[in-house]
Design a protein around this ligand. Sequence first.
Ligand code: ADP
Ligand code: MG
Ligand code: MG
Length: 284
Amino acid sequence: MLKIENLHATVADKPILKGLSLSINAGEIHAIMGPNGAGKSTLSYVLGGRPGYEVTEGSVMFTPSPRHAGLDPVSTAAAPEWTPDQVRGDEGGMRNDEGGEVDLLALDPHERAAAGLFLGFQYPVEIPGVSNVQFLREALNAQRKARGQEPLSGGEFLKVAREKAALLKMDMDMLKRPVNVGFSGGEKKRNEMVQMGILDPKLAILDETDSGLDIDALRTVGDGINSIMRQPDKAVLLITHYQRLLDYVQPDFVHVLAAGRIVKSGGPELARELEAHGYAEIAA
Ligand code: ADP
Ligand code: MG
Ligand code: MG
């Protein structure tokens, strides 16, 4: 689903990612752990297409699911000069009849989202004056439009929102409040899980989504990831400094990121080793 090869990236001309390679298949949950400053957040920003994060070498290929169809495969001879602007096509939608892989780095951030990529962040933004319901309906309908699907009406959207909120045991009142304003850390995370449930991504990249959470909130986040994302056609990249979220979400693979590249990969036991011995020993 995601194939990162020899990725090099700079921030403010400073090299941060230095030859990072990682492959994620559908149905897999991967955890990336690593010391502070290793480049974990830089990786998630680069994958999300955040301005200021410049890729200087390497490639990232992504295979949108048929459900997220719509991007012309760049790997076929039929579209050798494909550029992101061309994918919108005459119908105003993106197409991917072949179900092939696309060059993720060539897509605008909103196109990456439409292709099925979801990014969760350590510090969710607050948007005063815009309710969660408004925000999420806009976001979902923008994605639907990019895929050439009809927008959902207010009523149709509320039905989806209610269903996802119930799944995550979130009060509908919270969905009517302005985005994240006055939310506790745990509420922001629960809200992020509802966002993820509504947008229904193919690949979720969650950066330190466990930071600052108490045990109840950690369980909510864990349940959310498991119920929404643990499916054969989906995948998760969990970026975390600590092992504790991994008690709730069992990763299939654990990778250690140090000094801009993956220095070690293993199974869930690697996370426990790191917890016991620290990064210095393993990353050395
Ligand atoms: P991690 O998430 O693993 O803690 P980051 O990706 O946030 O690491 O940061 C990696 C390195 O990039 C750090 O040395 C950090 O100081 C540097 N860095 C991150 N953002 C910027 C920026 N906007 N300008 C300059 N350096 C940055
Ligand atoms: Mg950090
Ligand atoms: Mg970080």
